[in-house]
Write a protein that binds this ligand. Sequence first.
Ligand code: BES
Ligand code: ZN
Ligand code: ZN
Length: 451
Amino acid sequence: MLNCFAAEKSSDAVSIIFITESDFNSWKSKQSSLTQNWLSAQNFLGKTDSHCLIPDKNGKIDFALAIHADKNNFTYMGSLANSLPEGIYCLEKLNHQAVLFWGMGAYQFTKYKKPKRNPAKLILPKGFENTVAQLHAIYTVRNLINTPTENMSPADLSAAAKKLASDFKADFSEIIGDNLLKENYPAIHAVGRASTTPPRLIELNWGNKKHPKITLVGKGVCFDTGGLDIKPAAGMLGMKKDMGGAAHALGLASLIMQAKLPVKLRVLIPAVENVISGNAYKPGDVISTRKGLTVEIGNTDAEGRVILSDALTEASSENPDLLLDFATLTGAARIAVGTDISALFTDDNKLAEEILYYGEKAQDPIWRMPIYKPYRKLIDSTIADVNNASSSGYGGAITAALFLKEFVSDGISWAHFDIMAWNASTSAGHPEGAEAMAIRAVFEYIYNRYK
Ligand code: BES
Ligand code: ZN
Ligand code: ZN
């Protein structure tokens, strides 16, 4: 049980009462004079996304009043677990969204620091197992991303994947260090070879071979210094999160396995540190790839697409029914859609439409961006098949997607998510720090398609 929930039938729980802003005045006029006076004395105006504790005549908490925009929107639950006093609360007519946002907002990263307080606990009756499974996946993703590189090296990421595999009786394997060269993963090796923690390709397989094949790929750059094209301090500071795509692939995998969906699941995670040493790959290098295409390194900081190229080639070789990749790939995607929205790239219109539909439904915001073919010329190279960096300062998320597309076989239904994996500041259900983005939407899509 997550520490923000209590088992059913805990005694004297405080009720949370939701009303809408437009109903507030008439609701207030029907309350006891004590309650009315209290609300007035607090200057509580019943604005959307605010709350007030209401005392009884003994000065104990009678109930918690919360205001939402409309009667079907319980996202404000995501602000309550760490703002209501510690204690046990209940909400009549609980629903998935209310429980989900409560749990998402209750999250704290406590690996290195005792929390200042415990979250308030919500009484959780039976029937919310799927919601709780989603919360576990979200917490796992956030914990992986929040953990700094010191404790989240490629080896640590691999250990986390191995643990997940054993939890769900999935097969785990990995190719480490110079074995990447033997097994023909030269691009992953080139990016990761400068680190004292060797690069690797992590693989997880689960499910019946006869079922439709879903392959998830995640960018696992455990730290991105930029390499020899080194990032300035401010840009490097947050780069422990550059394995966010890998964390997302693992989180989504756990949801699929938890739901026991009739699919054959494969997860591929190229895991590296993009760091500097004498043998670091260099600007101007031409490296080979699993596919055989040569890549000119226009910028060592565009490392994510380089390691993903080998993983996408391998993923394509099995011709999966659905191929999805998650990556904190470009700053340009953040300029385009900001920090909260996941940028979706796919040539499969039906897939895009459905993922967007589930994104809206799950309040997991996703916007589609184009894989605009005329921009392919921006990643032409005079001496290699393709350049990993664009010759233009514009459309950087699109040229990154075009680069990835070079390594995905034609005819495969493929979607690429360029994600932030991080909340710049706290909002309801989204505490500042690591975040799982797009995986609730994608899970709903996969669930409804394959169940
Ligand atoms: N990991 C970064 C992208 C990133 C930066 C994601 C900040 C989220 C927040 C990636 O490896 C990178 O550095 N990309 C460069 C590519 C450029 C050198 C072509 C970028 O986006 O600036
Ligand atoms: Zn980079
Ligand atoms: Zn990166």
